[in-house]
Write a protein that binds this ligand. Structure first.
Ligand SMILES: Nc1ncnc2c1ncn2[C@@H]1O[C@H](COP(=O)(O)OP(=O)(O)OP(=O)(O)O)[C@@H](O)[C@H]1O
Ligand SMILES: [Mg+2]
Length: 216
């Protein structure tokens, strides 16, 4: 089940996340990418919130079967968002075991694979392409696989994953992240062969009531 904090954010931004789903479709020219990595340059910009929102929108509005994977080895949090156990999770899957570590989210068509408990081992396995076979297996059962990850500028996991996914969503915190920093993160992802579908400007601050922005 979704935690109350993330439910509140999803509810408050329902329209924006629904539009994001539509934009994703057009960025991919009609066919929604099967595997999507959610990345950001720094910590705390909203990767996890965005990953949950995209997965939730796809499962509830596009009728798609979605797997949400916690590949954040620095600050894993999908288990908290869905009030699940962190183990055995992705680290056990990469290890070749625990085929039943994928969990039900409590939302129809949306499953979650928490991070597990061996972050260094997970990061090593991801850097040697360990995700490729898992993505192939998951692709047989799910229409979309959304991967949460760690910051591009301070960890290696996103650049390890980037060449193996169909598209990347780059999250940036409005009025906080400098464009040079964002550009450096994007270059790192492009440099390893990643395909950046677009940048999501998160945590926009409204200086007049939010509903007036559409009418001025
Ligand atoms: N659109 C939003 N509106 C309100 N609060 C938000 C929004 N996006 C994120 N937050 C809040 O900002 C904080 C960081 O968000 P989140 O955990 O999604 O970021 P993150 O990039 O995954 O962080 P970390 O680097 O720690 O993994 C959380 O407290 C979250 O609830
Ligand atoms: Mg996070």
């Amino acid at each position: 089940m979704l935690s109350s904090n993330i439910s509140r954010i999803l509810g408050a931004n329902r329209t924006e996340f629904s539009v994001l789903g539509g934009n994703l479709l057009s960025a991919a020219k009609g066919s929604l990418p099967k595997t999507v990595l959610v990345a950001s340059s720094r910590a705390g910009e909203g990767r996890t919130t965005t990953a949950v929102a995209v997965a939730h929108t796809l499962a509830t509005e596009s009728n798609a079967r979605v797997l949400l994977v916690d590949a954040d080895t620095e600050a894993p949090s999908l288990h908290t968002c869905f009030e699940l156990q962190k183990e055995p999770g992705l680290s056990a899957n990469l290890d070749g075991g625990a085929p039943d570590s994928i969990m039900k989210s409590g939302i129809e068509r949306l499953d979650v694979l928490p991070a597990g408990d061996a972050p260094e081992q997970t990061a090593r396995a991801l850097s040697s392409g360990g995700i490729v076979e898992l993505l192939r297996q998951w692709s047989e059962h799910y229409d979309h696989i959304i991967l949460d990850s760690s910051p591009v500028l301070t960890t290696s996991v996103p650049t390890s994953l980037a060449p193996h996914v169909d598209g990347i969503l780059l999250v940036a915190e409005c009025q906080r992240t400098k464009w040079q920093v964002l550009e450096t993160a994007q270059e790192k992802l492009l440099g390893v062969g990643g395909r950046v579908l677009g940048v999501i400007l998160n945590k926009r601050r409204y200086y007049i009531p939010k509903f007036l922005y559409g009418s001025v």
